[in-house]
Design a protein around this ligand. Structure first.
Ligand code: AP5
Ligand code: MG
Length: 217
């Protein structure tokens, strides 16, 4: 079991998608799950939307409900978490949950990238609302302008990918999530990966860690 964390736009979702294919992991992206919830237009989805729009964290209790459900459904699979946990409380409760289910987190990988590159990547990000595939108009464009290669639907920009909210998300990362570096370092499972370079180059760096620390592939 592995997790990827790092600031917005660092490439967590992109790498999580490639890794889940390469290693037959099951991906758990709390961001994607929350966006799915919003798309269902339920009362709870409308509440969740307000947090994402502002670039702040959704309350922990809501996240724990999602995670508990996911863990129970996928107990015997190799799991990869993208963007969870996001703060110290989530990390410690997650640790207790895993312990209770006799599961073990083997690696916590922090992806690192300069702020300028992050802002550039987010400004040009587009995604497909149907399949969730992530594109970049500069670095990973679709074959046809603004159309998903797979679903042939128009690509969209995330509502939290505007300058003001990006700034807020970066701040939230620094104050709430970055402390997890020390938390996972103290557990002896922390790794940092340089997220600069092509998707393949970044994948190779992450794959080396997974190959070294997760026996079953
Ligand atoms: P979430 O969806 O997790 O967003 P995030 O952490 O801000 O990260 P992003 O998804 O924006 O970036 P990414 O690192 O996945 O980058 P990507 O691969 O897309 O969370 C959104 C919100 O949900 C949060 O703000 C919060 O409100 C809430 N939330 C989620 N989880 C929560 C939790 N556990 N607790 C509480 N609240 C929670 O790549 C970015 C761009 O770069 C793309 O265009 C891509 O094509 C491009 N790219 C990727 N790799 C490369 C490369 N190597 N070279 C060039 N371009 C690249
Ligand atoms: Mg993502």
């Amino acid at each position: 079991m592995a997790l990827l964390f790092g600031p917005p736009g660092v490439g967590k979702g992109t790498q999580a998608d490639i890794i889940t294919q390469k290693y037959s992991f099951i991906k758990c992206s709390t961001g994607d799950m929350l966006r799915d919830e919003i798309a269902k237009k339920t009362e709870s989805g409308a509440k969740v939307e307000q947090y994402l729009k502002q670039g702040v964290l959704v309350p922990d209790d809501h996240i724990f409900t999602i995670i508990e459900d996911f863990l129970k459904k996928n107990k015997n699979r190799d799991l990869l978490f993208d963007g969870f946990p996001r703060n110290y409380n989530q990390a410690t409760v997650f640790g207790n949950l895993l312990h209770a289910l006799d599961l073990k987190l083997q690696v916590a990988i922090e992806m690192h990238l300069s702020k300028d590159t992050i802002v550039m990547r987010l400004a040009h990000r587009r995604y497909c609302t149907k399949c969730g595939r992530i594109y970049n108009l500069k670095t990973n464009p679709p074959v046809h302008n603004d159309i998903c290669d797979k679903c042939h639907l128009p690509l969209e920009q995330r509502t939290d990918d505007n300058e003001e909210v990006i700034r807020k998300r970066l701040k939230v990362y620094e104050t709430e999530t970055r402390p997890l570096v020390d938390y996972y370092r103290s557990k002896g499972i922390y790794h940092q990966v340089d997220a600069q370079g092509t998707q393949t180059e970044v994948l190779e760096r992450i794959a080396r860690i997974i190959d070294d620390h997760i026996a079953e592939k």
